[in-house]
Design a protein around this ligand. Structure first.
Ligand code: T4K
Length: 409
């Protein structure tokens, strides 16, 4: 693979031209067929029905129920709102166990409604909540568990279901990353009492902003539907507490359009994932997380772990070099929820250590994927990382100022 860098001395961080003219982002939205979207928006405007459970929202709910083989889908304005409605619909109180290695919304959603997220460390291999640690985090105030299927890879649902049953706890999953994924042949959406999805712009499937609760429990579904719409059962009839968690019709139009191309998006993601895997897995000090190909995956996240001693520089140094080349790789989910505010400064979490979360949040690097990448981009990114790896010691010394700046070639 050729780039404008035949030599590490041409790296942009050392003053060379960036490898890419335009930045390559992690989480660049996948956009479906624009004509199809515009036609739906035209219909919507003609109909003058813009929100409050319009036909597009209803159709999208139905399509998601079919896709995930689940009985109920309650679409919301975003995933965080879905988490909050879900927690209330389940009647959670007091403490809820969550992994610390997740996007902060998992914890914030609980804290915002007066619940206490209790952090639990994750498994170093799966990056998901560690059932052994989970048991130790339980207290008489625990009412529930939220497992997060990080990167779209399912939690150890069997162990979590076991723990929840033995301790009479509610179990739900944050499946924000796991849309259209399965676990041991069963679609994600069918585990625990309910599961929550996110359709944010940066997700594999997006509705600009959006989310959903999916469940096979009719009572929970009815509660969540009411809560999403201020508790209205019918006009002038409010039967419960509620909030405005509704999705707009324009967002649902985006979702219906996106669904038409999810197979192409998965194909692109898979192809890129395979190319990254083939090129990067042999590099000493880099491991790339793998997906169980016997199940359904969306292959949205390309996640590396950088082992500093072996790779020759740390994750943040590599990130800085890539960013200079306009490869806008990201640290996810740094520094871990327990080291983010308000938890970090709260006396409730005083001195809390989560060794695996801390290790991963210092090692994990997310690389760009999705339909926004151009032909050859993945190859070029891999070429850069290989070149950095082959010269890591020298590059690090120059960047750290422990070796004189080298003349350009
Ligand atoms: N649970 C989990 C496990 C989650 O990961 C999330 C959300 C939630 C719950 C909550 O669901 P939502 O309430 O969000 O539906 C982003 C997203 O905002 C967030 O939805 C997502 N997780 C999280 C993993 O990523 P940031 O802080 O990384 O966003 P930002 O603005 O830095 O953008 C990320 C990248 O995407 C950048 O590289 C730029 C690019 N981008 C972004 C947008 C919005 C674009 O190219 N175009 C765009 O329109 O949080």
């Amino acid at each position: 693979m050729r780039t404008n860098k035949q030599d590490w001395k041409n790296l942009a961080i050392l003053g060379g031209e960036p490898a890419f003219a335009d930045p390559l982002y992690v989480g660049r939205p996948n956009i479906g067929d624009k004509k199809s979207l515009f036609a739906r928006i035209e219909d919507m405007l003609t109909r003058r029905w813009l929100s409050n459970g319009g036909p597009f929202v209803q159709e999208l709910e139905h399509r998601i129920e079919q896709l995930l083989e689940v009985q109920h889908c309650i679409i919301t304005c975003n995933g965080t709102m879905a988490l909050q409605i879900a927690a209330r619909a389940l009647g959670l109180t007091g403490e809820v166990i969550v992994p610390s290695f997740t996007f902060v919304a998992t914890a914030h959603a609980l804290e915002w409604i007066g619940l206490t997220p209790v952090f639990c460390d994750v498994d170093p291999l799966t990056h998901n909540i560690n059932p052994v640690e989970l048991e130790q985090a339980l207290s008489p105030r625990s009412s529930g568990i939220i497992g997060v299927h990080l990167w779209g890879r399912a939690c150890d649902t069997e162990s979590l279901e076991n723990i929840a049953r033995r301790n009479s706890l509610e179990l739900m999953f944050d499946a924000a990353h796991a849309f259209n994924c399965s676990h041991k042949g069963q679609m994600i959406g069918n585990f625990g009492k309910l599961e929550v999805l996110s359709f944010h712009a940066t997700k594999f499937f997006n509705t600009f902003e959006g989310g959903a609760i999916v469940t096979n429990d009719t009572t929970i579904a009815e509660k969540a539907r009411l809560m999403r719409d201020f508790g209205f059962l019918a006009t002038d009839k409010v039967v419960s507490i509620g909030i405005n968690g509704k999705m707009t019709e324009v967002a649902a139009a985006m979702g219906l359009t996106g669904l038409e191309s999810i197979n192409q998006i998965i194909e692109t993601n898979f192809y890129n994932y395979k190319e990254y895997q083939a090129a990067l897995s042999e590099i000493p000090g880099i491991s790339i997380i793998s997906y169980d190909e016997t199940d359904k995956n969306n292959f949205h996240y390309i996640i590396l772990e950088i082992e500093e001693d072996v790779f020759g520089m740390n994750r943040d140094q590599l990130l800085k070099i890539l960013n200079a080349e306009k490869v806008m790789a990201r640290r996810y989910f740094y520094p871990g929820c327990h080291r983010s505010e308000p938890y970090r400064s709260s006396s409730k979490y005083n001195g809390l250590r989560m060794p695996v979360t801390e290790l991963l949040s210092n090692r994990v690097l997310a690389l760009p994927n999705g339909t926004a990448l151009g032909h050859g981009d993945v190859g070029k990114i891999c070429y850069l990382i290989k070149m950095i790896s082959n010269n890591s010691q020298e590059i690090r010394q120059v960047i750290n100022g422990t070796k004189a700046q080298v003349p350009k070639v």
